[in-house]
Design a protein around this ligand. Structure first.
Ligand SMILES: C[S@@+](CC[C@H](N)C(=O)[O-])C[C@H]1O[C@@H](n2cnc3c(N)ncnc32)[C@H](O)[C@@H]1O
Length: 220
């Protein structure tokens, strides 16, 4: 998926992935990462997700990364937040209300940008990418979250890939393990039978669709 694909989706308003409410898996499972007060959270491929507000409201410093300037502007405008802008390297950094949303290519983010951040929240990020980019993405996440106790809350979709083209792409538990083990311990937290919740995917031919939630923990 080249960046132009996503820029075009935002220009055309084809953003069916966006949720107006906080993600229920985030609310249910965030505590399992044993977050510490005030610590930073990386939100890759962030869109204009309201989950960044929820994480901020838990007392976290949020660093979101999103390639579409339209998404970044919409996040601050729609939530009535003022922001300051500055350019750093390959990014235009928008900061306001304890949220940093960096506009640019996630793959250009450097470990010095994430610093001591040890937590990440991935909803609809890994599954937004085709297979070859998923490997690169996971390697990049591992490099950015270098802390010995780094942890990721990961929400995926799993469906018969032959029945529908992505995105969202199907990512099986076997693939999650293949991408993140052995550096990270992969714990499956929950599976939700989601076909009825997303009728548009049933219309596109899917006969099975699961949302799956994982807790990934760097092995000490
Ligand atoms: C499926 S959406 C998910 C957005 C968000 N995580 C959510 O839950 O609403 C994927 C997002 O990743 C962004 N994106 C795709 N490739 C990117 C890249 N290389 N760097 C930064 N953002 C990217 C797209 O513009 C899109 O907003």
């Amino acid at each position: 998926m080249d960046p132009e694909f996503w820029l075009q989706r935002w220009r055309e308003g084809l953003i069916g992935f966006h949720q107006d409410d906080f993600n229920p898996y985030l609310l249910r499972h965030w505590a399992s990462l044993e977050p510490r007060p005030g610590e930073g959270v990386l939100v890759p491929l962030a869109g204009k997700s309201k989950d960044m507000l929820w994480l901020r409201d838990q007392g976290h410093r949020v660093l979101g990364v999103e390639i579409s300037p339209l998404a970044v502007r919409a996040f601050f405008e729609e939530n009535g937040l003022e922001c300051q802008c500055r350019e750093t390297g390959d990014f235009v950094c928008h900061s306001g209300a304890a949220i940093d949303l960096w506009c640019g290519d996630f793959f250009h983010l450097r470990p010095e940008d994430t610093g001591d951040i040890r937590l990440a929240y991935d909803r609809a990020a890994l599954v937004a990418l085709p297979p070859d980019l998923r490997r690169r993405y996971a390697e990049h996440m591992k490099a950015l979250l270098a802390a010995p106790d780094a942890a990721i809350l990961l929400v995926t979709m799993d469906y018969p890939q032959t029945q529908m083209d992505g995105p969202p792409f199907s990512v099986t538990e076997a693939e999650v393990r293949d991408l993140y083990e052995p550096e990270f311990q992969v714990t499956h937290l929950e599976t939700f039978d989601a076909l009825a919740a997303y009728p548009k995917f049933a219309e596109r031919g899917l006969t099975r669709l699961e949302e799956r939630v994982y807790h990934l923990n760097r092995r000490g």
